[in-house]
Design a protein around this ligand. Structure first.
Ligand SMILES: [Fe+2]
Length: 219
């Protein structure tokens, strides 16, 4: 798996196997063309989490140049095979009314878009707190060893918020310290680590969740 930084703070991802790759989100085309060429990868498909410009802005150019299809977040959820492994698209509305995350059980990876951004969650734009809370609850049921790969690098801002919410949480400070030494290993942690440090996975009711999200909007 390759995480490619695009635009200002977006991550898009290439899942790679035997010289072939699938792209998760497509905010920008040029860095993808460069990575595919450098790594000698053939792109098979583009899986889109949601239709915000910073996740789809390069999609048409990639499709036109490489002749590949994209999978819209609007298509029916379910299991499919890609790169010789299984992938499950899971509806996770809340940040947007239509949002999918892509779970690769054999690779123990979740491409979480703007539903679960590492260290926090997306803003509620055209969904509801109830939707986003239940989407996060659905993600929480995945195996703890699942690596969480979100759509942005907001980690320091997210951990500063987490520290304000839970000043005594030593795991939060440890994740901040880790970021200074090696940003990638602090950002792309497992679900177990997210549960220790991500305040949005540490509330039990939708009311608590909605209040927390509002606080973060004003942070
Ligand atoms: Fe978004």
């Amino acid at each position: 798996m390759l995480a490619v930084s695009v635009l200002y703070d977006n991550f898009i991802y290439l899942v790679c196997r035997d010289g072939q790759a699938v792209l998760i989100d497509a905010g920008e085309a040029k860095p993808i063309f460069q990575t595919l060429e450098k790594e000698e990868l053939e792109l098979l498909n583009v899986l889109i989490t949601h239709n915000h410009h910073d996740h789809i802005g390069g999609c048409r150019e990639i499709q036109d140049r490489l002749g590949v299809q994209s999978t819209s977040p609007g298509v029916e959820a379910g299991d499919f095979e890609v790169l010789g492994t299984s992938c499950r698209s899971v509806p996770t509305p809340g940040h947007t009314a239509v949002h999918k995350v892509y779970y690769f059980p054999e690779l123990t990876m979740l491409f979480a878009g703007d539903t679960l951004i590492n260290g926090a969650c997306g803003r509620i734009l055209d969904g509801t707190p109830e939707q986003l809370f239940s989407s996060l609850q659905r993600i929480k049921q995945l195996p703890d060893e699942t690596r969480i790969l979100g759509g942005h690098d907001y980690l320091i801002d997210n951990m500063e918020f987490a520290r304000m919410v839970e000043p005594e949480n030593a795991d939060v400070q440890a994740r901040i310290d880790c970021y200074q030494a090696d940003p990638a290993s602090a950002i792309f942690v497992t679900l177990a680590e997210e549960k220790k440090t991500n305040p949005f996975l540490r509330v039990d009711t939708v009311q608590e969740f909605a209040e927390l999200r509002l606080k973060k909007d004003r942070f």
